[in-house]
Design a protein around this ligand. Sequence first.
Ligand SMILES: *Cc1c(COP(=O)(O)O)cnc(C)c1O
Length: 509
Amino acid sequence: MAGAKNIKMPASDEKHTQPTTPAPRARVPLIFELSSEGRRGVDLPAREAGAKSGAEILGAELCRANLDGFPELSEPQVMRHFLRLSQLNFCQATQFYPLGSCTMKYNPALNDEAAGLEGFAALHPATPPRLAQGALELMARMESALAEITGMDAVSLHPAAGAQGELTGLLMTRAYHRKRGEPRHKVIIPDTAHGTNPASCTLAGFEVKVARSNKRGFIEAAEIRRMLDGDVAALMVTNPNTLGNFEPEIQEIADALHQRGALLYLDGANLNALMGVAKPGHMGADIVQLNLHKTFSTPHGGGGPGAGPVAVKRHLEPFLPNPRLKKTASGWEFDSNRPDSIGRLRAYHGNFEMIVRAYAYILALGGEGLAEVSRLAILNANYVRKRLEARYPSASAEPSMHECVLTHDLEERAGVSTFEIAKRMLDFGIHPPTIYFPLVVHGALMIEPTETESKEVLDNFVAVMEAIYEEALSEPETVKNAPNTLALRRVDEAEAARHPILRWTAPGR
Ligand SMILES: *Cc1c(COP(=O)(O)O)cnc(C)c1O
């Protein structure tokens, strides 16, 4: 680790500069290995005389006769075991997590406090509206807040993720064109798009047409105009795009689409650069989805529960999913009597507890606070980009928004790949950035620090990246074999996905 010796490894005595927590290095034994015969976590009371046995209640076929090999542990042992397992993970609560496009920002504890209020947390989703007026009021206010932030007219909180928001928007696009008596079949997507965009189009029954971005990584109005015909239903575009740059011709593109009767779908997952600064509605967007688990600080939670509300302009409101909130003389109600709606998207009304958290976040920051979030997110991304530019130049000459996409020459100079650089970061307690995305950038490292990280954390990250670069040149094997210090080294990801082993079997069985 010659090149790495100037790096601050997190140490317990460095209270004020400790950038992140080191990842656990020891292997955690399996729970089966901790077992000792006869140990119990709970002592059940003896069965009363005359009471039925388990087999009599459940049926003998549901009762196992033999629990050989079943782990036997005390309650504290079980607690420690699972807590330790949870600590093997890299997470935003313990590590710097600059995973580009994912906005892994700090999830304020205040959000959880709001979501934990009994009236929210203990509310059954099937509670009749008249007994849940407070919750419905919160949803209505959240819809207004998101409409204000995006510059759109109406919002549905139903979708459970960004990708489901995309699907919702595309189903509405289809319904909209059908209603006008001219069904359309194609959606244009730039070659830099997030992978969920073409997937959502295909799911919604559209044919994808790829628009080539120009040398600067942007889509051009001229290219869109060339591709437009009467069969194009919409353009789906991320702004800022996946290079982290603002699409300069977005308004001209919106005009071109609208002239030909097509819609602009704006993928709003990257709103962390725009909040309080610019509104998709002003850019000509007809539909935009928001990822509350990114921009609005709710947990990503290992793939869920997320929340991906969709916001639309007035002409698309009739197509929003059912039911909609409606204010009547006696209070809030759900209205499903909407003939043009694309219908129900999921059970109940969105991931309500995530809506509460995100609403708490919006209230806590206010309009000025949200704008400050965007400005700091942009500042942090540009700071990292500038500090790293000698070794990891930006893939784009344009100014970065909330994330920067960097590249490097270590493949050519030392045979060290982006994948290996990412693995080496784990040794320093840093979650790797998104890699090899966008696909148009060679060996891409897509870094999104978010606004919640301090200068110390960013400086440490820069030092780690510099050290890895030097190390790749002086002792490439250390980088190529990384991670060298974690409980688990390289796992065979393809094999794990194709042939997962989900059940432990005792040796010799
Ligand atoms: C994260 C992301 C999505 C998908 O959102 P999920 O909530 O993960 O389904 C879509 N587009 C962009 C640009 C994203 O960054």
